[in-house]
Design a protein around this ligand. Structure first.
Ligand code: ADP
Ligand code: ADP
Length: 233
C-alpha cells in the first residue's frame, strides 16, 4: 500500500520565483490496483511520479510504502526500495548503443547479478512482453510499441512490487495502445504487480484502471473507483 499524505512539492528557481507543482495531495494506492493518475499538462503528474519513484524529494508531506516513509530511507533500505519500484519513463529512456538484451539486463547488472543469471532473467522477461525474438536487436530497429515493451521488461527486471508508468501510451497509435495496455493488465493479473499509470487520456483510465486520482493545478481534485468517477459512455 502506498499512502500519499499532504504531499507538497515547490520548485525554486532563482531567489524570488517558485512553482508549486503539488499542493497538499493525499490519496492511497492499494496493493493490486491499476491506478490512474490523470490531469492536464502541467497539473503536477510527472512531479508526483518522480516523488513516488524517489527521484524527487517532497518539500513537505510524506509518501509511506507499506508504512515506511520513503524520504527517511538511507543506504541498503533505499536501494531495496528502488528495486521494489520499477519505472517506465515517458520516452522510454532506452540505451541506444545497447541491444534489447543489454538494456533489460542493465538494472540486474547494476544490482550485481552474474551475467548468466541476468541472461536467464532477461529471456523470461522478453518472453513475458512478447519480444523473445528481438533480444539482439537495437532500439533504433524497433517500433514505438516494441520499445515500450523493452522499457516495461527492464522496469520489471528487479521483480518490483509496483510499476510506475509515465504516459505509457501517449506516443502510440490506438492499436499499439491497446496492446500495451493489455500487457500491463496481464502483468497486474499474472505477477500481482501494482500498476500506477500517469496519463492525460480518460480512455486509458477507463480501459484498465480500477481506481483514479484526478490532479488539477497541483491539487487532488477527486478520486475513487473509476466507474464512480467517470460515467460509462
Ligand atoms: P504534468 O506531468 O502534469 O504535465 P509536471 O509535474 O511536469 O506536470 O509539472 C507541474 C508544474 O511544475 C509545471 O508548472 C512545471 O513547469 C513545474 N515543474 C516541473 N518540474 C520542475 C522543475 N524541475 N523545476 C521547476 N519547475 C518544474
Ligand atoms: P542514472 O541517473 O545514473 O542514469 P537511473 O536512475 O537512470 O540512473 O537508473 C539507471 C537505469 O536503471 C536506467 O536504465 C533506469 O531506467 C533503470 N531504473 C531506474 N530505476 C529503476 C527501477 N526502480 N526499476 C527498474 N529499473 C530502474
Amino acid at each position: 500500500m502506498i499512502q500519499i499524505e499532504n504531499l507538497t512539492k515547490v520548485f525554486k528557481s532563482g531567489t524570488d520565483s517558485e512553482v508549486t507543482a503539488l499542493h497538499n495531495v493525499s490519496f492511497t494506492i492499494e496493493d493490486g490496483d491499476i491506478f490512474g493518475i490523470i490531469g492536464m499538462s502541467g497539473a503536477g503528474k510527472s512531479t508526483l511520479l518522480r516523488c513516488l519513484s524517489m527521484l524527487e524529494r517532497p518539500t513537505s508531506g510524506r509518501i509511506l510504502q507499506d508504512g515506511v516513509d520513503l524520504a527517511a530511507l538511507r543506504g541498503r533500505a533505499l536501494i531495496d526500495a528502488h528495486r521494489r519500484t520499477g519505472v517506465v519513463f515517458q520516452g522510454y529512456n532506452l540505451l541506444m548503443q545497447k541491444s534489447v538484451r543489454q538494456n533489460v539486463a542493465f538494472p540486474l547488472r547494476l544490482a550485481g547479478a552474474k551475467k548468466a543469471d541476468a541472461d536467464a532473467r532477461v529471456d523470461e522477461l522478453l518472453e513475458l512482453v512478447g519480444l523473445a525474438d528481438k533480444a539482439d536487436a537495437y532500439p533504433a530497429q524497433l517500433s514505438g510499441g516494441q520499445r515500450q515493451r523493452v522499457a516495461i521488461a527492464r522496469a520489471l527486471a528487479t521483480r518490483p512490487e509496483v510499476l510506475l508508468c509515465d504516459e505509457p501510451t501517449s506516443a502510440l497509435d490506438p492499436l499499439t495502445t491497446g496492446q500495451v495496455l493489455g500487457l500491463l493488465r496481464s502483468i497486474n493479473r499474472k505477477l500481482g504487480v501494482t500498476i500506477v499509470i500517469i496519463t492525460h487520456e480518460i480512455s486509458v483510465v477507463r480501459s484498465i484502471c480500477n481506481k483514479v486520482a484526478v490532479i488539477d493545478a497541483a491539487q487532488f481534485a477527486e478520486g475513487g473507483r473509476t466507474d464512480e468517477i467517470f460515467d460509462r459512455p
